[in-house]
Ligand binder design. Sequence first.
Ligand code: B12
Length: 222
Amino acid sequence: MTKTEACDIYFDAVLETDRKQAKDVVLQARREGISPEEIVMEIIIPSIDRMIEAFIDKRVILSQHFIASSISEELVEELLPDFSGDSGPAETVIIGCAAGDFHGLGKKIVSGCLKAHLFNVIDLGLNVTPERFVDEALSHNSCVIGVSSMMAHTAIGDDGAAGVRRILAGNGLEDRIKIIVGGAPYKFDAELYKKVGADDYALNGMEAVRKIRQLLGEAIRP
Ligand code: B12
């Protein structure tokens, strides 16, 4: 089975909300030597992208979407521990979805990539307030906060990265704690991260690893 064939079978399975078939194709891919990273990046994520097109064309409905992404989330969760890591620094990164945002899959993938590269990741989950992001960064002595926003208003609004920036600025923490953002709105506007007060953005988990390493190099520890 090629990765393209696996992607087709996986897509059909999630489209039919057939959890067993989706899991079977992942297991078969693993048996055939496709790595967990390739399964996530080249089979599961492209299938979600195809799902998006189907949703836009009105070939699938929201509940199908929801089940498809829940199945994908579950399978990604199972694959993440087997990602191969390299020897990155044992730094702590705080990550979560902006307040009002319940799209967790992308964040989970980023979190998994960071863990695979030996970062200590504190995943605050969905719907996280700016205050909580900063409190957790301070209590874990973390120099990077990652804010995931999948919707325009959670990216641009005051309760997202802009709110985190406001608190950092108000407390003299801007040199110490850096902000990285990600999610659909940043894919469409490469300058958006600056407008919301972030230090950088990343389009996927692997890029997040590289950019977070850069930000850690720029942060000034107390
Ligand atoms: C699946 C999905 C859902 C699922 C979410 C399930 C889940 N567990 O996550 C469900 C069905 C629940 C859902 C609900 C809703 N959704 Co929705 N959803 C999507 C969809 C189709 C795909 C998102 C996804 O999972 N992508 C796959 C992942 C792997 O990609 P990703 O998230 O982009 O993540 C990658 C990068 O962005 C980056 N990244 C992500 N986060 C971070 C964080 C950091 C720090 C870094 C560095 C990088 C990074 O790395 C990731 C890995 O590669 C998008 C469409 C789209 N174009 O994205 C709409 C979309 C985001 N949803 C949308 C909407 C409107 C909604 C609802 C309001 C619908 C409704 N009427 O109820 C609700 C809102 C719920 C809420 N309050 O959050 C809109 C937002 C429109 C806008 N302009 O604001 C979109 C764009 C669809 C559309 N075209 O209209 N949704």
